[in-house]
Every structure is written in C-alpha cells, then in structure tokens.
Design a protein around this ligand. Structure first.
Ligand code: PEP
Ligand code: MG
Length: 607
C-alpha cells in the first residue's frame, strides 16, 4: 500500500478549536464550470438536461411561493414571482439552447457565462433597481445550477456526520442552521474574523479557518481525512497516524480543560445584583444569544443574564420578519428561561451581512454606512413597532430591557423612544397590564455616539458598547474583510481612548455600561475592561467559563494599575503584548496550577 502524503493548507483562525473529520467540498455558484467540449450527438441530451433543471427549479419556486402566500409574506411572494419570470423568459432560454448547440459546451458552462453577461450589463447601469434585479437573477440561477450539477451541490444541512466543510464562503444564517454533530469545522476561501459568520461559529463552538487557498485541495484526487487546527489556522489533509494521534490528544486536552473550567465556575451562581466577589470587582457576566436553540445553554453555562439577544437572527433564519405574535412566543420563551435575570433584547440590527432578500430599498453601494439597524427601523416603523409590542408583552413575564442598535445621534434615540411610548399606549388601550416601562438602552458602536455619551446617557437607562462595530467605524476598517484584518486592531490607542471616553462620560451621568463586542470574550482583555469600569460583560455562552474564571482571579487594584499602564503606551502591538503577557503570567497559571507552555501557538487553548 502506498503511503499517503500529508498536505497542508493555511488560513486565518476565526473560531478556535480542533476538528478531525471527513472533508466535504461544497460546490459554490462561483466555482467555474469546466469548459468541456461535447460531441455532436450529446447536444440534444444536454438541452434536455437544461430544460429538466429549469422545470425542477420552476416547480420548487411554485411550491415555495404557495407556502409564503399561505404565511401572508407578500414581499417574499413578489420576489419569487420575479424569479419565475426570469426562468420562464423565452428569449433567455432560447439563447442558452442556441449557445449550447453553437459552442458545444455544457449547459452549466453556457448558463454561467450568460449570467455573467447579465451581471456586467446590469452593473454598467449603476442603478440600484437593476442591481436588485440582478440579485434575483443570481438567486434563481444558483437553483438552476444546482440541478444542472445533478444535485452534487449538497445543501449545508444535508452534510453527513463528522464533516469538515470546505466552501467558498459562508453566510451567518448558513452557519446558524448547521447541526453541530454534522459539521465539525468550516474552511472557507473568504471571510473575516469579526464577521457575523465568525460570531455564529464561535457561539456554536465550531472551529473555523478562513481565507484558505483551495488550489492544492482541488488538485487532489482523494482526501479521506482532514484536521482543522482552529488555533493556528493550519489544515492538514490526509494526516498520518502520527499527526492524527497528536491532534487527538490536543483535542482531548482542550475538551477536558473546558469541561473542568465549566464545572468549576458554572455552579457559582451570582447574587442578583451581579458578581460581587471578595476581590472587589462587581461585574455581571451575561450571554450573547443568536439562536432560540441556544436558550438551553444559558443555564448550562451559568449566564447571569442575557446581555444581547441578536433578534435579527429570527429574520435571517426565516427569510422574513416574524409577526408580533411569533416574536412574542420566542421572547417569552427566553424570558422564562432566565427566571427573572435581566434579558436585553436588541431591536433588529438588519443590514450589511445580516440581510434578507426582500428588503425594500435594494442593495446599497456601501451597506455598512447605509440604511442599517436603527436607520432601517425608523424607516420601517410598522415592523419596528410590531417588534417593540412583542418585547413589551414579554416584559410582563420577567426582567426585559430594550436595546437600540447603531445609534449615531440623540435624535435617533428620541425617535426610537417615541415608538416605544406609542406601543405602550396602544397595548394599554388594548387592555394589557403594562406596569412599568422596561429599561431602554443604546448601543455605542459608532464614534459619534461615543462622543455624546453624556447626552445619550441622560435619555436612556443603560449603554452597551459594541466594539465589533465601534472598532470598524473608528479605524475605518471593514470588519468582514480579511485583506485588512491586520488593520482591524482592538488595541489601537485610539480605540482604547474611545472606550475610556465612553466609560468616564457614562460614570458622570451615572449610567451603567456593558460591553457585548467580541473583545469581551477574549480573556486577555478582562483586566483592562474591568479597569475601565465596565459593569457587565456579555459573551457567547461557551466563553462564560473562561471569562468568569478570569474575573474571579483579578483584583480590582491590579486591573486599575494595569489599565493605567496600558494607557501610557503608544503602540497597539505593545499593548497587545502586555495584555497577552499578563494573561499568561496570571490567568493561565491560575487555571492549570502550572505555567502555560511558552509555545505561543497554543497559549490560549482554554477558549
Ligand atoms: C458589536 O458591534 O460589537 C455588536 C455586539 O453588534 P454586532 O456584532 O451584532 O454588530
Ligand atoms: Mg454592532
């Protein structure tokens, strides 16, 4: 038997962890169909195959359209009608058949070329209406292509158990839908480490490496096994027995460490006012939640509240905005799970990579600076009010707070509050026994909001810093773009000064500040955040044990002194290295009872 050669790929580690499994390569629409030449007698068969793919796509859409019509999703129905018109277009189909005959190329090749022509034509018009039309064309063509590829394109939720999924790109809703048993890890060609896809994979505990060049993978005849090292970003195809044994051991060690830590800290339930320990630190450790299927994790990981419910995932998963009634059911469920602990429900933060196909307004040239979050909600007031009504109704059952996303000026906050007041008045008129208004808060994730915390703080009950966006807008770096990942730097003195500006202005107006961005789940940042006076850290459930452990081992004086030291530094690198060094020195020792290995590649195996 010939010995298998190990092949290495490399990318950016996005979600930590080790996975060992069977590789599944998902075809992507953007994978070019080969330019295979057909023999003359194969041409009519090819055309029949094309017509069959169209028919199957047509039947799918008619069925889907019926379902949406029954659910009353009018916008969705009109999108599907547009899709039907496209695949029934006689001119397009005649042209494709002629080209199959004329060029003697496969249906998928000709079809893909035709769609590309469409894209160029529509783009040249520089008109948002036509850009939106192209979205429809693109969407329906994916379906037709899938059938042309003989359904070789496996849907993500059909991948078998223990798969390592290699795919061109991944959306947050795709990541949200997969089953943890089936997908052991993701490897993609593109993707940013601060993207919402990254957040979902971390929340689900699925290792993920992005920005990997697939050329070696595509050239291989058979890959029977793959290891994804989500700590270093390395991928090993066809590993040898020796490599497998090493990674099995590392994986087992990590699992054991995580379980031990979970056991150790989860059962220390907090006093209702938060985690006041002997070390003088009072901070609530809450959870960020995206999916209703994760409600169970909240008690398993000892969350002291929900610091951020990203309600927009309800929309992403369905592809439409759920009704007030449907939302009420979900919010109620969440509130009941938390048994009186605070639950912060953020109004839909729709936009950028969190989009549904039927949003009015079409695609924007620069969506991160476009009609996102509160801007969208204040434009679509009916949708906004329906959500607020659902939250207010759920607030009768527990300790609910409402959070407004992407506030950039006082006017937006006042308008959002007005909607809440209107919804309250409506509900009271309808006989609902609303006793007191829930607490209202605003996200501080835009630099202009950070600069007016004194004004915003007087008009709301709490603030929540969204560092994921705050860093992107402060440094003018796209959080989703891996090309600029090195510029997306949480330890830039400019970012840290913004954080300090927020916490000290909030202190002046006596408003509590929580932090729900991803840096809250990085144990290296814990002393700095506590030193800044943050009163609540909100992280994905799986990060709660490590963060709780750090909080329990930090003294107030130490956190404050380290923070002073950090603010005297001028470079992001120096700050980062100091935080990492301090973590290794103090926390890791406390965690394992012995010093961590100096090998920095694995210096944070714990999370
Ligand atoms: C943030 O921006 O830090 C945040 C928590 O919101 P999201 O990641 O959902 O944009
Ligand atoms: Mg944000």
């Amino acid at each position: 038997m010939t010995k298998q050669q190990e092949v290495y790929l490399e990318g950016h580690p996005v979600s930590r962890g080790i996975a060992i499994g069977i590789p599944i390569v998902l075809d992507s629409f953007d994978t070019k169909a080969p330019e295979t030449r057909l023999s003359d007698d194969a041409l009519e068969g090819e055309i029949t195959r094309y017509r069959r793919a169209l028919k199957k796509s047509h039947d799918d859409i008619v069925r889907l359209k019926g379902e949406l019509a029954r659910e009353g999703v009018k916008d969705g129905v009109s999108v599907l009608e547009a899709h039907l018109q496209i695949i029934q277009d006689p001119l397009l189909n005649e042209q494709i058949e002629q080209e199959i005959r004329g060029t003697k190329r496969t249906a998928e090749y000709v079809f893909q070329v035709a769609i590309e022509r469409f894209r160029k034509k529509f783009q040249a018009l520089h008109d948002p209406f036509f850009e939106q039309r192209f979205e429809d064309v693109h969407d329906i063509s994916k379906r037709v292509l899938a059938y042309l590829r003989d359904m070789k394109r496996m849907h993500l939720n059909e991948v078998p158990m223990n798969s390592i999924v290699f795919t061109h790109s991944l959306t947050p809703s795709e990541a949200a839908e997969v089953s943890r048993e089936c997908v052991q890890a993701f490897v993609t060609q593109v993707g940013g480490s601060m993207s919402h896809t990254a957040i979902v994979t971390k929340a689900k505990g699925i290792p993920y490496v992005a920005n990997v060049n697939f050329s070696k993978l595509n050239a291989m005849h058979s890959i029977t096994m793959a290891i994804v090292d989500g700590l270093s970003g390395k991928i090993i195809l066809n590993p040898t027995e020796k490599t497998l044994a090493q990674y099995r051991e590392l994986k087992a060690t990590m699992t054991m460490q995580v379980e031990e830590l979970k056991e150790k800290v989860v059962n220390t339930r907090p006093p209702s006012s938060g985690n006041r320990a002997q070390n003088g630190i009072q901070v609530r450790l809450s959870a960020n939640v995206e999916l209703s299927s994760d409600f169970e994790l909240l008690s398993q990981y000892g969350a002291e509240g929900v610091g951020l419910f990203r309600s927009e995932y309800l929309v992403l998963q369905r592809g439409y905005f759920p009704s007030e009634e449907e939302q009420f059911g979900i919010y109620k469920d969440l509130v009941m799970h938390m048994q009186g602990l605070p639950v912060v429900i953020r109004a839909f933060d729709i936009g950028v990579d969190k989009v549904v196909c039927n949003l009015k307004g079409g695609r924007e040239v620069n969506p991160a600076l476009g009609c996102r979050a509160i801007r969208f909600l204040l434009r679509e007031k009916e949708l906004f009010k329906a959500q607020i009504r659902a939250i207010l109704r759920a607030s009768l059952l527990g300790n609910v707070r409402i959070l407004f996303p992407m506030i950039s000026n006082l006017h937006e906050l006042m308008e959002a509050k007005q909607i809440v007041h209107e919804a309250e008045a409506e509900l009271k008129n309808e006989g609902h026994a609303l006793l007191s208004s829930p607490k209202l808060g605003c996200m501080i994730e835009v630099p202009s909001a950070a600069l007016i915390v004194d004004l915003l703080g007087k008009e709301c009950d709490f603030l929540s810093i969204g560092t994921n966006d705050l860093i992107q807008y402060a440094l003018a770096v796209d959080r989703d773009n891996q090309q600029t990942a090195t510029c997306y730097n949480s330890t830039q003195p400019g970012v840290l000064r913004l954080l300090r500006m927020i916490t000290s202005a909030a202190k002046n107006v006596a408003v509590p500040v929580s932090l729900c961005g991803e840096i809250a789940s990085d144990p290296r940042f814990v002393p700095l955040l506590l030193g800044l006076g943050i009163t609540e850290l909100s992280v994905s459930c799986r990060f709660l044990p490590i963060i709780k452990h750090c909080v329990q081992h930090i003294k107030k004086e130490y956190a404050e002194a380290l923070t002073e030291q950090i603010f005297a530094m001028k470079s992001a690198k120096e700050i980062y290295e100091t935080l990492a060094h301090e973590y290794l020195k103090n926390m890791a020792v406390a965690m394992r009872g012995k010093a961590m290995p100096t090998n920095t590649q694995y210096d944070f195996t714990m999370y």
